[in-house]
Design a protein around this ligand. Structure first.
Ligand SMILES: O=C(O)c1cc(=O)[nH]c(=O)n1[C@@H]1O[C@H](COP(=O)(O)O)[C@@H](O)[C@H]1O
Length: 274
């Protein structure tokens, strides 16, 4: 089963558009584990166990593990997800982007070492920096397109004078990802929930692609506007990390995470139905 099929399966099994982002910060762990990087696996596994029937994907952010020398805990965590939630795809958020020979190593890291089902990539270095990931036919490659941060304006909103119609950079990328770059149907796009108008524009240009939409919850993106803008022509993955992970700093953190995940899933489903 490839990444797109996995997404469809998890969305219908769990009736969910919600992806829980796994961005562990030991300083925010519950009392008893606070500040203890050796608990990264335990913390994230508890979140996974509490939300695995509510999500269409999990998205671990590699920096939160690597910063604490916790790559081995990330390997164990992904293996845990595969064991307890085999239908839920894992998107490794690594935002890699480098020349082909180095990209081969990054692809190997994401798909062979960590066994991720998809990876986030920066497309800034062009198609030859993306191509090595596409040699893994069942895996997904999700390209940054219109990111949730304000600095995204610096590049992504600029117009390309040399391209017919002078599209903005993010529009040009969305069109390429839907068409000539998408050799085997493995590509997806990242579009921030903080910019619903651009989500709608990306959906227009890339009707079939999975859209990974971070920015609801802690970044204040509008969950309902996001789902309406993303439409129903392709898969939608709405990520929330901190709002779920740190819903409570007490011993009830996993139950609190479940409550927030449940509320967010329902909010997204209402918007989809409405
Ligand atoms: O690729 C991403 O996941 C991503 C892209 C983007 O434009 N904005 C963005 O916030 N992210 C990631 O999505 C997560 C958002 O976390 P919260 O703001 O805590 O929900 C973080 O892991 C970010 O690195």
């Amino acid at each position: 089963m490839n990444f797109i099929q996995q997404l469809h399966q998890a969305e219908s099994l769990n009736d969910s558009l919600l992806c829980v982002g796994l961005d562990p910060e030991p300083a925010k762990f519950p009392v008893g584990w606070k500040g203890d990087a050796a608990r990264i696996y335990d913390f994230c596994a508890a979140i996974v166990d509490a939300t695995k029937d509510l999500v269409n994907a999990f998205k671990p952010q590699i920096a939160y593990f690597a910063a604490h020398r916790a790559e081995e805990q990330l390997e164990r965590l992904i293996a845990h997800i595969k064991r307890v939630a085999p239908a839920v795809p894992v998107i490794l958020d690594a935002k890699r982007g480098d020349i082909g020979s180095t990209a081969e190593q990054y692809a190997r890291e994401a798909f062979e070492r960590y066994q991720a089902d998809a990876v986030t990539l920066s497309p800034f270095m062009g198609f030859d920096s993306v191509e090595p990931y596409l040699r893994y036919p069942d895996k997904g490659a999700i390209l940054l397109c219109r990111t949730s941060n304000t600095g995204g304006n610096d590049w992504q909103m600029q117009r390309l004078a040399d391209v017919p119609g002078q599209p903005r950079l993010f529009e040009h990328l969305a069109r390429l990802a839907e068409t000539e770059w998408n050799k085997n149907g493995q590509l997806g796009l990242v579009v921030g929930a903080t910019f619903p108008a651009e989500i709608a524009r990306v959906r227009e240009l890339a009707p079939s692609l999975p859209l990974l939409i971070p920015g609801v919850g802690a970044q204040g993106g509008d969950a309902e506007a996001t789902v309406r803008a993303a439409g129903r022509s392709g898969p939608v993955i709405v990520n929330s990390s901190r709002a779920v992970l740190y819903a409570s700093a007490g011993e009830d953190f996993a139950a609190a995470a479940r409550r927030v995940a449940q509320q967010t899933r329902e909010q997204l489903n209402r918007a989809r139905a409405g």
